[in-house]
Design a protein around this ligand. Structure first.
Ligand SMILES: *[C@@H]1O[C@H](CO)[C@@H](O)[C@H](O)[C@H]1NC(C)=O
Ligand SMILES: *[C@@H]1O[C@H](CO)[C@@H](O)[C@H](O)[C@H]1NC(C)=O
Length: 335
């Protein structure tokens, strides 16, 4: 049965060392854990029954905690046992409701299931401490392989109910990512741009590195077999409206679409789909064989082919690249 530790005995110096201590926020509660290594267990046994050794302090859920260790039991009726408790440091005006799992760790640092116990939620401002007066029988520990080189380890997993703590979190508030904004600025100010696209009557400047990092098609086009022919000249894109290409660039740089009227949005989404669809034509025009093969592999599933045949892009393909259509047919029709 769990219970609270008897009141402290003064003047006990902790011989134990505290190890990792961490906390994380989860919904509705704050969890953290503290790993306590008891080094020189046989010496701690000299501490009389009822007396305690306190661990270093650690923080979880905005509260300060420590472990109370009774090597020779917390009272006469558990003198054969090791008692372990979690204790709240200081006093709290409001309720501090927390739950603790106390686990003996094996040599690999994993909890030993037969010595891993979880308490109910307890109001620590009322109880002060809570845990297990009969955590493990000293004989059982001494016979086990979990005591090695006169040393054993226990872990305290603490879950503090969030609605009960009103003190500030010991976390830094990180502002949301503004990377997309910086990339958007890069696109609009054209600084360091090293490639130009001519779409309809408009010319767009962009950055080869950004485009190829974001799109394998651009990577193939700008750094693949067609690299030479695109280093100096302006790349012409014939099959796209300027505003669609503008949206495509904005999407590539910022993961968002440019601001537009709601009714224009679905039309733009369709245009972008068509733009993506003409990738196969692009691959053909620019000798990207790997990309073309990937397109063929995709099209050889009949459902994909049906869907693609209904698009404007397919219409475009039949007009602009009849050769690729022949190639496609020869791949699809079994001989
Ligand atoms: C520890 O507990 C045992 C009973 O298990 C008792 O005989 C012994 O005197 C205690 N040791 C100390 C130092 O109090
Ligand atoms: C928790 O304990 C504190 C101190 O004894 C008390 O003031 C408070 O009402 C208790 N809260 C709950 C929810 O039990």
């Amino acid at each position: 049965m769990p219970g609270s530790a008897p009141s402290p005995a003064a003047g006990d110096e902790p011989p134990s060392r505290s190890a990792a201590s961490a906390s994380a926020i989860v919904a509705g509660a704050v969890t953290g854990y503290h790993v306590l290594r008891i080094v020189g267990y046989s010496c701690t046994k000299e501490v009389p029954t009822g007396q305690r050794i306190d661990s270093r302090h650690f923080r979880v859920g905005g509260r300060t905690w420590f472990v109370v260790y009774h090597p020779n039991g917390s009272a006469a009726d558990n003198a054969d046992f090791i008692s372990l408790f979690l204790a709240l440091h200081g006093t709290a005006a409001e309720a501090v409701k927390a739950q603790v799992t106390i686990s003996l760790l094996d040599q690999d640092g994993n909890p030993v299931p037969s010595y891993s116990f979880t308490t109910e939620y307890v109001n620590f401002s009322e109880k002060g401490s809570w845990g297990y007066p009969k955590f493990i029988e000293r004989q059982a520990l001494e016979k086990s392989e979990h005591l090695r080189d006169d040393c054993f380890t226990v872990r305290f997993d603490v879950t503090v109910m969030k609605n009960v703590h009103t003190v500030e979190e010991p976390f830094v508030v990180v502002p949301p990512s503004d990377m997309h904004r910086h990339f958007g600025d890069l696109l609009s100010c054209k600084e360091g741009a090293d490639v130009k696209f001519r779409v309809g009557r408009k010319t767009f400047s962009a950055h080869r590195l950004v485009l190829s990092a974001r799109s394998p098609v651009f990577k193939a086009e700008l750094y693949g077999s067609m690299k030479e022919s695109t280093t100096s000249s302006v790349i012409r894109i014939d099959d796209m409206k300027a505003e669609v290409f503008d949206a495509l660039l904005t999407f590539i740089y910022t993961d968002t679409l440019p601001a537009m009227k709601e009714q224009d949005e679905s039309a733009m989404a369709q245009h972008l789909l068509v733009a993506a669809d003409s990738i196969l034509a692009l691959a053909e025009q620019h000798n990207c064989h790997g990309l073309k093969d990937a397109c063929f592999a995709f099209l050889s599933s009949s459902s994909a082919l049906d869907a693609v045949m209904e698009t404007d892009g397919f219409e475009y393909l039949t007009v602009s690249c009849p050769r690729v259509l022949k190639e496609l047919m020869s791949k699809l029709v079994p001989r």
